[in-house]
Design a protein around this ligand. Structure first.
Ligand SMILES: *Cc1c(COP(=O)(O)O)cnc(C)c1O
Length: 793
């Protein structure tokens, strides 16, 4: 990089856009101009890469969510110019730290959206022609404040100060038609800069706009309201991200969003292909589309519709092309997340597409007749049935490949959740254990640990080949190295403590164990179990049954869907427990509980580096994979977790003896749950009874939520003991796993006393984290599903 030139371009941009200078610019102005300067720097590489991708067989990743986080630091890292730019800024009294206040691009809820972001990064770094397609929400995931223990949501107007990492591509705008509405989809492209290569991938996010700025015909008639409404109705489609993680809502606007980006992406892909080849006959040879969960599955009938209605293919030929093109990733087996749409609603919103959905369904029935399947079987598996369109079934029927996201998850799909489908099409099922990019989740967020690793290995090859970390195993008994590691961990804990103080106004002591649970707030993730275990330990310390407890700071970070009352009650409960234990003179030096506000990618970058203990405690069989578990492992935390999702593979890699596994396993739960009665635990275990009584006897106050209403502590209690109309008592086996969880927690706590032995466990986790790079995942997709090759640039 030419520093002088960079500086002069940056200065010029600041002067032109804001009439200011590097010295005087506000942080957001500096961000705007710095980003614009980098965009200029990569422009020709990006153009070349776009062309190279279009010239190759390429993969298109369709996802409703991309949780990108902050772009600026990552982009500088990938270009290898972080230090130079920082020095340059420092020469003018500024620094890259000034950009800490820049907001995340939070166009996703949690793991699913972050996975999409990690995949783009990995593909770009390894020259794979993969491009993302999604929605440019005006408002991303809400910002969270905790006020008096309650979650408060605020709108996330993330482009308020501009969006310097996007390029509006007016020429590529397309039309999207609904039964009652026609809108433009305008693409905004974001570069995905490959680390240490000229390859730059593209994330194409569609924005909904009115086909005419205002309907002037209506103006002429004096119908101003009508004209404005049409514009707003169009823009509303991409206005806001639905804040539900792992839970479907079934709303018209949601279906419109799904169709919006699916249709626009298909149109775009066909247009580009036609322009190049003059035919769509060979589409399947050049294009493969990955459907990230069921949200983009409407792209399947949409592709068939476009081929038939706009390119005069017959249905069977169109179906054959779609079969070659599509693949589907399943992310969950939980019933509430399996998307089904009311047929009447689909017919109303996208009538033409609905016709093709029915034709797909007819074709399925015909196939099944040919296989001599009976009526019962057919109606069980039909993509359309019971008045609903079953998105997962449609995806599986049409796709070439279907994958789960961790070994155990894929096994559950094959043996249980999708057993019939697996038996029908065994060759279609694959596993692709999720991963995370070590660029963001180690090199960027933990420069101190990165430096230590690079020093020991003698090079930084691990940044593009995480299996290199295995060579660190030989230092597992090297006291000097472990001491260096402990010094890094301490520095990270100090840094986090300072940030929590500044951001959340809470003092935490870096000399305590940092026990961290960060992920969306959901019953299946069992933050409730964690909270109850803390209460259990609190009373144990008070009555003397728990002795020699190593001081521990329990940190939670999580957003709840705004309408998820029980999850919100759990946030409030954690707040009340925090007040109780932090104030009690018997415990305040031993236990501290903190719920940090607005957990997002940037906060995650700080939290994962400072953890000693990684809480991964979902009920076995509910967390498809998890990726938070991998981030914490990579940064040297031990996992305290259940045999669920990728935890299984984490302990396989790093050793059960270096982690803390507890609780009932999937096979055990299958036996237990049908006859499980949590009240038996309550009546036979005084400690659990004593603790749970605090939820209903007024010791812990839920802040006046009416007692019989969902969202109160009494309701949390009742969910454990009596269940509700929609679930059995203690559906997630919180009380069943509580004792073994507390025992495992106390074991970690005791083991930590031998700091060197504990550091060794952490170290072995780092050394064995290679498998969890999204580079490994993406290469597996490339080879075994997409059949794509690296581009030459
Ligand atoms: C990684 C990540 C997640 C996923 O965490 P899990 O523990 O796998 O659920 C969610 N949100 C953010 C901000 C993340 O960075």
């Amino acid at each position: 990089m030419n520093k002088e030139l960079f500086y002069s371009e940056l200065s010029k941009d600041l002067k032109k856009k804001f009439g200011t200078s590097v010295e005087k610019a506000l942080p957001w102005q500096l961000h705007e101009s710095l980003s614009a300067t980098v965009m200029e720097l990569i422009d020709s590489d990006w153009e070349n890469s776009k062309k190279a991708h279009l010239d190759s067989r390429r993969a298109c990743y369709l996802s409703m969510e991309f949780l990108m986080g902050r772009a600026v630091y990552n982009n500088l890292l990938c270009l290898g110019i972080t230090d130079e730019v920082d020095e340059l800024l420092k020469a003018h009294g500024r620094s890259l730290n000034d950009l800490e206040e820049i907001e995340d691009a939070a166009l996703g809820n949690g793991g699913l959206g972050r996975l999409a972001a990690c995949f783009l990064d990995s593909a770009a770094a390894h020259d794979l022609p993969l491009d993302g397609y999604g929605i440019r929400y005006k408002y991303g995931l809400f910002k969270q404040k905790i006020v008096d223990g309650f979650q408060k949501e605020e709108a996330d107007n993330w482009t308020k100060y501009g969006d310097p990492w996007s390029k509006r591509c007016e020429n590529d705008k397309v039309v999207v038609k609904y039964g009652d509405q026609t809108v433009y989809a305008v693409p905004y492209d974001m570069p995905v800069i490959g680390f240490g290569t000229k390859n730059v991938g593209t994330l194409r996010l569609w924005q909904a706009e009115s086909v005419e700025d205002f309907d002037f015909a209506q103006f002429d008639c004096g119908n101003y309201d009508g004209a404005v409404k049409a514009k707003n109705d169009a823009e509303n489609i991409s206005k806001v991200l639905y804040p539900n993680d792992n839970c479907e809502e079934g709303k018209i606007l949601r279906l419109k969003q799904e169709y919006f980006f699916s249709s626009a992406s298909v149109t775009d892909i066909l247009k580009k292909h036609l322009a190049k080849f003059g035919t769509l006959d060979n589409l399947g040879d050049y294009i493969t589309i990955q459907l990230n969960d069921t949200h983009p599955v409407i792209a399947v009938p949409e592709l068939i519709r476009q081929l038939c209605a706009e390119h005069s293919y017959d249905f069977d030929k169109a179906f054959e092309i779609a079969h070659k093109v599509f693949n589907y990733t399943n992310h969950t087996i939980m019933a509430e997340a399996l998307e089904k749409w009311d047929c009447r609603l689909v017919e109303k919103v996208v009538p033409e597409v609905y016709t093709y959905i029915l034709m797909i369904n007819e074709r399925f029935i015909k196939d099944m007749y040919a296989l001599k399947k009976d009526r019962e079987y057919i109606s069980k598996l039909s993509p359309v049935g019971d008045g609903m369109v079953k998105m997962a079934f449609m995806a599986i029927y049409v796709s070439s490949y279907i994958n789960g996201v961790a070994a155990i998850h894929t096994e559950i799909l094959k043996k249980d959740a999708l057993k019939d489908w697996y038996e029908l099409y065994p060759e279609r099922f694959q596993n692709k254990t999720n991963g995370i990019t070590q660029r963001r989740w180690l090199a960027l967020c933990n420069p101190e640990l990165s430096a230590l690793i690079t020093k020991l290995l003698g090079n930084a090859d691990w940044v593009k080949d995480l299996d290199e970390l295995k060579k660190l195993e030989k230092y597992a008994d090297d006291e000097a190295v472990l001491n260096e590691f402990m010094a890094v961990k301490e520095a990270q804990k100090n840094r986090l403590a300072a940030f929590v103080k500044e951001h959340d106004g809470v003092d935490i002591d870096p000399n305590t164990i940092f026990d961290i649970q960060i992920k969306r707030l959901h019953e299946y993730k069992r933050q409730f179990l964690n909270a109850l275990s803390i209460l259990y330990i609190y009373y144990g310390i008070k009555d003397g049954s728990i002795k020699d407890f190593t001081p521990t700071t329990f940190i939670f970070g999580a957003k709840s869907a705004p309408g998820y009352r029980r999850a919100k009650a759990i946030i409030k409960l954690i707040g009340e427990i925090s007040k109780l234990v932090n104030a009690d003179p018997d415990t305040k030096d031993l236990i501290k509980v903190v719920f940090v506000q607005n957990y997002n990618v940037s906060y995650a970058e700080k939290l994962v580096t400072a953890a000693d203990v990684s809480e991964q405690i979902s009920t076995a069989g509910t967390e498809a994979s998890g990726t938070g578990n991998m981030k914490l492992m990579l940064n040297g935390a031990v996992t305290l977790g259940t045999y669920d999702g990728a935890n299984v593979e984490i302990v396989q890699e790093a050793g059960e003896e270096n982690n803390y596994i507890f609780g009932a396993r999937v096979e055990e739960l299958a036996e237990i749950m049908p006859k499980y009665d949590p009240r038996e635990i309550l009546f036979s275990n005084d400690k659990i009874k004593r603790m749970l009584d605090k939820l209903i006897d007024g010791s812990l106050s839920d802040g006046g939520v009416p007692s019989n209403e969902e969202g109160s502590f009494k309701e949390l209690y009742k969910a454990l003991t009596d269940g509700a109309s929609w679930h059995v008592p203690d559906h997630y086996y919180v009380l069943g796993d509580l004792e073994s969880y507390v025992q495992a927690k106390l074991k970690v706590n005791a083991d930590y006393k031998d700091k060197l032995a504990f550091a060794k466990k952490c170290w072995l986790n780092i050394a064995n984290a290679g498998k969890f790079s999204s580079d490994r995942t993406i290469k597996d997709y490339a080879e075994n599903i997409w059949k794509i090759e690296p581009v030459k640039l």
